[in-house]
Design a protein around this ligand. Structure first.
Ligand SMILES: Cc1cc2nc3c(=O)[nH]c(=O)nc-3n(C[C@H](O)[C@H](O)[C@H](O)COP(=O)(O)OP(=O)(O)OC[C@H]3O[C@@H](n4cnc5c(N)ncnc54)[C@H](O)[C@@H]3O)c2cc1C
Length: 510
């Protein structure tokens, strides 16, 4: 039986979903994306294709968080549009955030999935998701843990294979500080340093648009519509079965199945505009309640970050690209103690004479949330990331900054580093470092959890383990918003894995 499927949002998950679902000729898939759809893919804006460009805002929703920041002189501004305001960057383009991101392709760990199952999602164990992690990748490492021949090509820069001297020196400095060096940071050992797995090929960022949609473009049963914003979902007379998607310009698309893939800000916004969300929010905006689900927009987790910033000898550093090649993950005693992967640092060379070290809390306790403030689909929602709200996130970041200082000041990096710019050499006491973190805090742009997976009736649960929205029929959410907890890695590969898995289930849905 043929089905009309409308996929709302063409990002990391939406690109995977549309491509996989349209492999079945009985599915007629329409993908709606608010940002531009570049067709043919080679005509994509250069910064979107170029994996070396990170932190640009030419294809962004322009959201910001209400987190209080007291930006002081010298606080890092990379990725920040307005000093003193924490941006919530979200790609607005075919491929979504996978088209604008850093192409860091770290995969989730077995411990990440164990936390999902502990939250009542027993179908998301490591053993059940590993086949999908392998299916999506083309990783030359191969072996039992890796897939070869999948859509997303993985590249590592190693000694003799493009690893830049300054990056190699960073790995030496990590080794000298006692960290094990692993050639495969997506392997079984995750604490340590090594070449960063990156989803790039020939310098091109392997977004879902490039890796998944481009090869599917010729299918008669796949229609991609760019530049159209989804307003809301319309329900049949029974009041609970999704039957159409309404676009902001008034267009109505009939559907047998609606899948929201608009991301951790977009999907809960569409749900709320459709009458699914916290009763208080819906009542305040006079939106008729289809299904009261208190978890919509709650449970927002992100990875809090600061940018340690150094003045470097530009001649010694040489070429600035590729700007990102290596990673260190270590522990400051996170929720599960000393073995927890809870801090993550990379070195970034984005401008001559400067080196940035984004240092990230990967097991945050801090919690945020979002809600719409208008029925207008073009209006920005109110977002609070809650970065460093929890004192233990601050404690671990203070420890992390101290540890990174010893690495950055050690002998292997001496010929490159001239001075610490941020937090700055005068910032030495714990109180000073905490103040600096509050002034310079930022986000890794990894928001998840706002339509969390979990059993019906669970406090924050919005969807079941297949992505189906509780209490209604024919409506699914499949994207980063359904992660019940944030993985201790950047979130793109986990999102694509999740989309691969849900696509498998939806293909056989009748
Ligand atoms: C600047 C940046 C850097 C990052 N770096 C990394 C990294 O290096 N590695 C990593 O693993 N992760 C990274 N991430 C995070 C990762 O990219 C995201 O977690 C992931 O892309 C989320 O996928 P998604 O499908 O949930 O949402 P998205 O990929 O954001 O897709 C949502 C899509 O829906 C569209 N949309 C939203 N609302 C509507 C609407 N109403 N109507 C129509 N379309 C709509 C959006 O335009 C977008 O295309 C980064 C993110 C950003 C923003």
């Amino acid at each position: 039986m043929s089905r009309r499927i409308v996929v709302c949002g063409g990002g990391s998950a939406g690109g995977v979903l549309a491509a996989r679902l349209s492999e079945d000729p009985s599915n007629f898939v329409t993908l709606i994306e608010a940002g531009p759809d570049y067709r043919p893919p080679e005509e994509t804006a250069p910064e979107v294709l170029d994996a070396d460009q990170i932190g640009f805002t030419t294809h962004d929703w322009g959201y910001s968080s209400t987190d209080e920041v007291v930006a002081a002189d010298g606080s890092p501004t990379f990725g920040i549009v307005e000093q003193g305001v924490v941006p919530v960057l979200r790609g607005k383009v075919i491929g979504g955030s996978s088209s604008v991101n850093g192409a860091n392709a770290l995969r989730p760990t077995p411990e990440d999935l164990a936390r999902w199952t502990a939250l009542g999602n027993d179908r998301w164990s490591w053993d059940q998701v590993l086949p999908y992690l392998k299916k999506l990748e083309d990783d030359p490492v191969g072996g039992e843990l890796h897939g070869t021949g999948g859509p997303v090509h993985i590249q590592r820069f190693t000694e003799g294979e493009g690893l830049r001297p300054v990056m190699s020196a960073f790995l030496d400095a990590c080794a000298q500080a006692g960290h094990p060096i692993h050639q495969d940071m997506n392997g079984s050992q995750r604490l340590g340093a090594g070449p960063l797995p990156l989803n790039r090929a020939d310098g091109v960022r392997q977004s879902s648009a490039i890796a998944y949609l481009a090869p599917a473009r010729d299918r008669d049963n796949l229609t991609v519509i760019g530049g159209q914003t989804v307003d809301r979902v319309e329900f049949a007379e029974d009041g609970t079965t999704a039957r159409a998607v309404l676009l902001a310009d008034g267009t109505r698309l009939e559907a047998d199945l609606v899948v929201l893939c608009a991301g951790s800000i977009g999907s809960p916004s569409i749900l709320m505009r459709s009458g699914i969300g916290p009763r208080k929010v819906l009542d305040e905006l006079d939106i008729p309640v289809v299904q009261a689900l208190e978890g919509v927009g709650k449970n927002l987790r992100d990875h809090p970050m600061v940018y340690l910033t150094y003045e470097v000898d530009a001649d010694a550093v040489g070429e600035l690209t590729p700007p990102l090649q290596t990673v260190l993950t270590f522990s400051a005693g996170g929720p599960e103690g000393a073995g927890d992967v809870d801090l993550h640092a990379v070195v970034l060379t984005m401008e001559p004479g400067r080196l940035l070290v984004p240092l990230v809390i990967y097991r945050p306790y801090s919690l945020g949330g979002m809600e719409i403030v208008s029925r207008d689909p073009e209006a920005a929602p109110r977002i609070r990331l809650g970065l460093f709200d929890h004192p233990d996130d601050l404690r671990r970041m203070v420890a992390g900054i101290r540890h990174m200082r010893t690495i950055m000041e050690s002998a292997p990096l001496q010929k490159y580093i001239k001075a610490e710019i941020w937090p700055g050499p005068d910032v030495t006491t714990d109180a000073d470092v905490v103040r600096a973190i509050r002034e310079g805090k930022n986000t890794c742009c990894h928001a998840v959890g706002t339509c969390a997976m979990g059993g019906e009736g669970t406090a924050t649960a919005v969807v079941d383990q297949t992505g189906k929205v509780h209490g209604v029929e024919g409506l699914y959410v499949v994207d980063a918003s359904i992660m019940p907890d944030i993985p201790a890695v950047p979130t793109n590969t986990t999102t694509m894995m999740l989309a691969e898995r849900c696509a498998d289930e939806l293909r056989s849905d009748t």
